[in-house]
Design a protein around this ligand. Structure first.
Ligand code: ADP
Ligand code: MG
Length: 276
């Protein structure tokens, strides 16, 4: 990797948007791989019962595999379920199995139901630069657990009609969690995904999002790319599936921008170079 500055403390980023199909999982795994290729140690926590992040990282997550369900519901240590991601040094994954589908209901009657993931992360002793949490497309107790555990919210926004619709609900939940459970929580990063610069719609949506969120929006956006959507079926991120593709370069660049912001270094896209 090219050795970007590392954060002083582990940055815990919650990738959330209650809309499905906006690029949460794609962003989680590709950004995580990019940060690892830049030299960071990164853990992906798959908090979606679908287990798409686990699949995309090539991590076994059939029903018997120790998983994030065991951590959140059964209070198992996180270290019991974390697996190294094949082919990407410094990248790890806590997989989700289908068990997690029941967790929303099971959590309701458990003590400290909102802070079980936070406790597990606090007890995890391996050194990490980043933890990226891939949330399900809902605002239930699993997403609340992620919002209590993290400090930063990363919202992927698809450059489509109704891109901002429903975001108010997510932002209100972030405010609620900040007010009651996690004072450090804030929306730190907005990433425009599936951006098609040839369409007027995409640039209009991008403009609207930048007008609404300002500096939180990364300068780098992620293009719509077939290579990005093909990679998961090979159990790979686009970074290993097609390293030179526009999708790879854009995620590497987004990772660089996030890393530089984290240490307060001005990001200059004019000198942008995407290389691993
Ligand atoms: P979410 O996790 O928010 O439901 P996903 O990350 O699973 O969304 O993405 C939804 C679909 O869009 C997937 O089929 C994925 O492969 C595809 N996709 C995501 N980002 C891109 C992109 N930049 N270019 C092309 N396809 C993409
Ligand atoms: Mg997903």
């Amino acid at each position: 990797g090219e050795g970007l500055p590392r954060p002083e403390q582990t940055r815990i980023m919650v990738v959330a948007n209650q809309k499905g199909g906006v690029g949460k999982t794609t962003t989680t795994v590709n950004l995580a791989a990019s940060l690892a290729l830049h030299g960071a140690r990164v853990l992906v926590i798959d908090l979606d019962p679908q287990g798409n992040a686990s699949t995309a990282l090539g991590i076994d997550h059939h029903a018997e595999v120790p998983s994030i369900y065991d951590v959140v519901v059964e209070s198992k240590p996180l270290s019991d379920v974390v697996q190294p991601v094949p082919d990407v040094e410094g990248l790890f994954c806590a997989p989700a199995t289908i068990d997690l589908a029941g967790a929303e209901i099971e959590l309701v009657s458990l003590v400290a139901r909102e802070s079980r993931l936070q406790r597990a992360i606090q007890a995890y002793e391996q050194p990490l630069d980043y933890i990226l949490i891939d949330c399900p497309p809902s605002l239930g107790l699993l997403t609340v657990n992620a919002l209590v555990a993290g400090a930063e919210v990363l919202i992927p926004i698809q450059c489509e009609y109704y891109a901002l619709e429903g975001l108010g609900q997510l932002l209100r939940n972030v405010d609620l969690v900040r007010g009651h459970l996690n004072p450090s929580l804030h929306v730190s990063t907005i990433l425009l995904t599936m951006y098609d610069g040839r369409t007027r719609l995409a640039s209009q949506v991008a403009e609207e999002v930048r007008g609404h969120f300002g500096d939180e929006v990364l300068r780098t956006s992620i293009p719509r790319s077939v290579r990005i959507s093909e990679a998961p079926s090979y159990g790979q991120t686009v970074l290993t599936y097609d390293p030179g593709s526009s999708g790879s370069l854009s995620y590497l660049e987004a990772a660089r921008e996030i890393a530089l912001r984290g240490v307060g270094v001005h990001y200059d896209p004019q000198h942008a170079h995407a290389g691993g």
